[in-house]
Structure formats: structure tokens, C-alpha cells
Design a protein around this ligand. Structure first.
Ligand SMILES: Nc1ncnc2c1ncn2[C@@H]1O[C@H](COP(=O)(O)OP(=O)(O)OP(=O)(O)O)[C@@H](O)[C@H]1O
Ligand SMILES: [Mg+2]
Length: 323
């Protein structure tokens, strides 16, 4: 869609990312710029930790430019290309976080329209951020036009986008997030090959679920359903399903549970330090209703026990002295 520069916002005195957007609708560049401006204005109203913040929109020599928060790190795409997949819990946690960002956008009336690993940034501190919100597709008309062919990879596109002139719908984003989750768990998108083979896969083939841990298959099956009406209804609902699944894994992994499973086994090739950072950062977001999951170590639990014991002893001694 354009070129992204690292820059410095002089009046705010902060580093920023500046995206110089290529004119996509060459027949009507004015209309295109106006549409980008409106979408940038909508995106700028969103303030969610899972979405790259839009700070400004300007035109430089007739070229629309979007000024965003600078996310130091890498794209999920770069990670997946070089390091492969993630353990099940990390992948679910990542999708949980992304579903939170997507829910905030959808509830504000903004569709993403191009969810894919290249538009997901992993910050160095382990935060995940969705970028290019609402800006990725220049045309309201969802039919498969030349523009769409030229600009998008079909790997992540919902099947209905290839066959019908339908209104853009949040469920298209959910399908794309399903493809991303599939890739997080297996290292590859469900349908590969030439463009024609990928489109054929989206339209007619059932994704191979053998590499997906059995207890997460129902979530993927409902995200990747060919029929939009049978898909998970909203990003918020998806978030709840992912939350439930992560809590289930945590309950199984508790010491003393006889069915403690190997679902968190490290997948060969993945970067354990990055995974630790992701798990730490993403788990610190409230995942259990009203409760934050805190991963305590055995040593921390012993220390808390000693502290509580000491407090009780002090209380008892002072009660005895005052009698
Ligand atoms: N806010 C940001 N902070 C830091 N880096 C960014 C930011 N936005 C984009 N980038 C970097 O710029 C690169 C190019 O982004 P860009 O969105 O133009 O390309 P893309 O997502 O690969 O393709 P598309 O043109 O379909 O959006 C990204 O891969 C990422 O490395
Ligand atoms: Mg992008």
C-alpha cells in the first residue's frame, strides 16, 4: 500500500511511523484521498493497546500520509517466516489479544479488511498490535476487482469475498483471524499453492486439522466456516471462547492434575525468549473474569506463605501482650 518511514514528530517530540500511502484508485485519486482521510479519522478515535495508534493524517505533495505510533519490534509475518509456529497456549493468547483489538474496532464501526501477519506487529516488550486498520481496502465494493487482485494476498481472505458482491462484514475479519490462528499453531496458512489453488481451497476444501491440538479444533472450525452465518458471531464472542480455552489449559497444567498434558510443549524452531515475553505481557491482561492470571513460581508462593505466617504471629503476640 505504500512506504513506511521511521520519523520524529517535532511538536510532540516522539518517534513515529509515517506511512506514505500509494494512490490505489487511480481513476479517482481525490475520492480515494478523501476516503483515506475519513478512515484515518475513525481509526484515530480508537485507543486500544492492541491497535497501532493513529496520530495524524496529512498530505505531502498530493500523497496521503498517515502518522502512527512507532512500534519497535517486528511483524508477525517476519517471525512466522523465520521461526515457525507457536505453542498452543501462546497462539491462543495471541489470538485472544488480537480478538480484543478487533472487537474494539468492530464495536466502533470499523472493519479491518486485511488481517494478516504482515499487519500484526510484535513490539519488543511482547505486546501485539494490529496495524493498517480500515485502510487496507480502498473500495467499499467487495467484489474481486483488479485492485484487490493486485494489492492483496488471497491467503487470508474469506471465501465469500471471492464469489459474491457482499457488503464488508466483521465476519470476514474473523475468518482472516482464523487463518492467522491456524498459521500460529501450524506454521502455515490452511490453503497454499498458486493463487488459483488458494482460492479453490477457501471455496471448496476443508482445512487439515490434524496438526491442530484436538481441543482447539472447534474454535478454528467455527472461524474458518465457509458459511459466514455459521461462523463465530463477533470478535468479543471469539475472545470469550479463547479465554475459556486458555483457562482450561491452565487448569490442566496445574501440578497435581493427573491429566496434565503436553499441550504447552515447545514447538521446534520457535523462539523461547519471545514466547516468554508474549506470555508474560499477554497474560498480564485480565483473562479470567475480573481476575488477572498471575503466574507465580513456587518460590514466590513460599515467600507469601512466610509473610502471612509472620503477620499472624505478630498479631497473636500483640493480642497476648495487650491482655
Ligand atoms: N506503526 C509501525 N511501527 C513500526 N513499523 C511499522 C509500522 N507500520 C508498519 N511498519 C513496518 O513497515 C512495514 C511495511 O508496512 P506496510 O503496511 O506498508 O506493508 P504490509 O503490511 O506488508 O503490506 P500492505 O501494503 O498490504 O499493508 C511493515 O512490515 C512493518 O515492518
Ligand atoms: Mg500493512
Amino acid at each position: 500500500m505504500g512506504v513506511v518511514w521511521k520519523g520524529h514528530h517535532l511538536s510532540l517530540d516522539m518517534p513515529v511511523a509515517i506511512k506514505v500511502v500509494r494512490a490505489l484508485d487511480l481513476n479517482d485519486p481525490l475520492k480515494h484521498r478523501e476516503r483515506l482521510r475519513r478512515e484515518a479519522q475513525m481509526a484515530a478515535r480508537l485507543n486500544h493497546p492492541g491497535i497501532v495508534r493513529v496520530l495524524d493524517f496529512m498530505e505531502e505533495g498530493n500523497q496521503p500520509c498517515l502518522v502512527m505510533e512507532l512500534v519497535e519490534g517486528s511483524t508477525l509475518d517476519a517471525y512466522l517466516r523465520t521461526r515457525g509456529s507457536f505453542p498452543e497456549r501462546t497462539a491462543l493468547l495471541m489470538a485472544f489479544h488480537l480478538a480484543g483489538g478487533l472487537a474494539a474496532a468492530h464495536e466502533a464501526g470499523i472493519l479491518h479488511r486485511d488481517i494478516k501477519p504482515a499487519n500484526i506487529l510484535i513490539a519488543n516488550d511482547g505486546t501485539l498490535k494490529i496495524s493498517d486498520l480500515g485502510l487496507a481496502r480502498p473500495l467499499a465494493d467487495s467484489s474481486l476487482t483488479d485492485h484487490r487482485n493486485v494489492m492483496g494476498t488471497p491467503l487470508y481472505m474469506a471465501p465469500e469475498l471471492f464469489t459474491r458482491a457482499c457488503e464488508p462484514d466483521p465476519r470476514c475479519d474473523l475468518y482472516s483471524l482464523g487463518v492467522v490462528l491456524y498459521q500460529l499453531m501450524t506454521g502455515a496458512a490452511p490453503f497454499g499453492g498458486t493463487t488459483a489453488q488458494v482460492i479453490h481451497g477457501h471455496l471448496h476444501l476443508t482445512p487439515d486439522m490434524t496438526k491442530i491440538p484436538a481441543s482447539s479444533r472447534h474454535i478454528l472450525a467455527r472461524l474458518l466456516d465457509k458459511e459466514p452465518r455459521l461462523r463465530i458471531g463477533s470478535a468479543r464472542e471469539l475472545r470469550e471462547m479463547l479465554r475459556a480455552r486458555v483457562l482450561e489449559i491452565d487448569a490442566l497444567a496445574r501440578p497435581g492434575n493427573p491429566s496434565r498434558s503436553g499441550s504447552q510443549a515447545r514447538i521446534h524452531g520457535s523462539d523461547s525468549r519471545l514466547i516468554e515475553r508474549l506470555e508474560k505481557t499477554l497474560s498480564s491482561e485480565s483473562i479470567a473474569d475480573g481476575k488477572t492470571i498471575v503466574h507465580t513460581t513456587g518460590r514466590e508462593r513460599v515467600l507469601v506463605g512466610i509473610l502471612l505466617g509472620a503477620l499472624m504471629a505478630i498479631g497473636l503476640v500483640s493480642w497476648l501482650l495487650t491482655r
